[in-house]
Design a binder for this molecule. Structure first.
Ligand SMILES: C=C(O[C@H]1C=CC=C(C(=O)O)[C@@H]1O)C(=O)O
Length: 427
């Protein structure tokens, strides 16, 4: 940190942190920010950023620009951290639904609350010209946060799903079309998604929606990106990459069953094929960056509440200092969310889905100034816009896929979100 920019440079920033009383991270989603972004890990670590002092598109190389000229006067506190979301495809034209939330990007938050090991810190990052006010503003923001009402404990309004029959029929037809193209040799795999639409009886608070997901899917990474009165939030089982020094951890996650029938995944040739395509593509994507590829291994299972997936962890040592964003772009989109070959699959899914993916299946990022990084895939999420919630979910289509079964799989994935909400409504 404190790299590159000379002392008087107008883009210099100063950053300080103050330990505060821990609070439910979801409560912070009620604070208006442009944007408010959250990244909550299963081990209890969480980062919630409000507002932006830097907002970059998230291209490879942007990592350096994030930290240039940042003077951290609280080096004993958790380091400054950037949060972000990237769209599934930078080429897609956003539709009305995603307007406001897109284009995403990577932000260095003005206010950041980091929690770990039962402790919490508020970090404030400001233009260096305002350094004199840093301590007093930290204290006043801390008071504001301590006074926030517990919106995350609010009951969720009742909700119902609508127009499912029409989208269901379109989906099964699209699966048939995709299988025909796969059999004709045009491609090997494509992931097809569909939206479920939910109407709440009243506008739900993003904090309360998120809290239900956190309670129900505590083993997942929970994420949120809120802007302009809308929110994209979810609880994803899939990590795109983790970086710690030169250690790179990534994974293949594809092949799905209800949790109660998880063991069937091992013997199902179609699911094994769907999974193997992802393993091969992830290994090929990281090959140029690592000292050596690890030996291939048989997949295991990742269980989330309600679902199980075939899972292959992949760990390797990078051959040079890491550029987290470059690695994210090298890996995304994997055939767990797009297909193989990626370019043909992307063209086909855009044509067959007929609706913008927006931030669905895009990378969700946590990049810290100490060089650690964690990127997950924006799955099992909901877009909240007033009383409307839209839940996109997809399934991997290969030779042998059946439209009704793939439709049921997308419903089960949407169910992992809806069950979390229902559990609370019924309580
Ligand atoms: C595309 C999704 O899930 C991916 C991750 C795990 C299993 C998947 C599958 O079995 O199709 C998908 O590849 C989604 O949740 O929308």
């Amino acid at each position: 940190m404190n790299l590159a920019l000379p002392p008087g440079h107008p883009l210099r920033l100063c950053s300080a942190a103050l330990e505060i009383a821990p609070l439910p991270p979801e409560r912070l989603l009620a604070v208006q920010g442009e944007p408010t972004a959250a990244f909550m890990a299963p081990n209890g670590e969480s980062w919630v950023g409000i507002g932006a002092v830097r907002w970059l598109t998230g291209r490879p190389g942007d990592g350096h620009a994030l930290w240039a000229g940042v003077a951290d006067v609280s080096p004993d506190a958790p380091p400054p951290t950037a949060l972000g979301v990237l769209p599934f495809s930078p080429h897609e034209a956003p539709d009305e639904l995603w307007a406001g939330l897109l284009p995403g990007g990577v932000v260095l938050p003005e206010r950041l609350v980091v929690q770990r090991g039962g402790r919490a810190w508020l970090r404030l990052t400001l233009p260096a010209a305002e350094a004199d006010t840093l301590r007093s503003r930290l204290a006043s923001v801390a008071r504001e946060l301590a006074a926030l009402p517990p919106t995350e404990s609010q009951a969720l309004p009742d909700f119902e799903e609508f127009d499912d029959a029409e989208t269901a029929a379109r989906y099964t037809a699209a699966v048939g079309d995709a299988v025909a193209r796969i059999r004709a040799g045009e491609l090997v795999k494509v992931v097809l998604a569909r939206r479920a639409r939910i109407a709440f009886g009243a506008v739900p608070s993003a904090a309360a929606v998120m809290r239900r997901l956190s309670a129900h899917q505590s083993g997942a990474v929970r994420y949120a990106w809120c802007r302009g009165g809308k929110a994209w939030l979810g609880a994803t089982p899939e990590t795109l990459l983790r970086l710690d020094g030169r250690t790179l951890r990534t994974e293949a996650l594809a092949g799905t069953r209800p949790e109660s029938r998880a063991e069937e995944l091992y013997a199902d040739a179609k699911e094994r094929h769907e999974h193997a395509v992802v393993v091969d593509a992830v290994r090929a994507a990281i090959a140029p960056w690592v000292q050596a590829l690890p030996p291939t291994r048989a997949p295991g299972l990742r269980r989330t509440r309600g679902l199980a997936h075939l899972h292959t962890p992949i760990e390797a040592t990078l051959s040079a200092a890491p550029d987290a964003l470059a690695l994210v772009h090298a890996l995304h989109p994997t055939p767990a969310v797009c297909g193989l070959p990626a370019d043909r699959a992307a063209t086909l899914l855009a044509a067959l889905e007929g609706e913008a993916r927006g931030l669905y299946a895009g990378p969700v990022l946590r990049l810290s100034a100490d060089g650690t990084a964690h990127a997950v895939v924006g799955l099992r999420g909901a877009l909240l816009a007033g009383r409307l919630a839209v839940l996109p979910a997809g399934a991997g289509i290969v030779d042998g896929s059946d439209g009704e079964r793939e439709l049921a799989e997308t419903r089960a994935k949407q169910g992992s979100v809806l069950d979390a909400w229902r559990a609370f409504v019924a309580a």
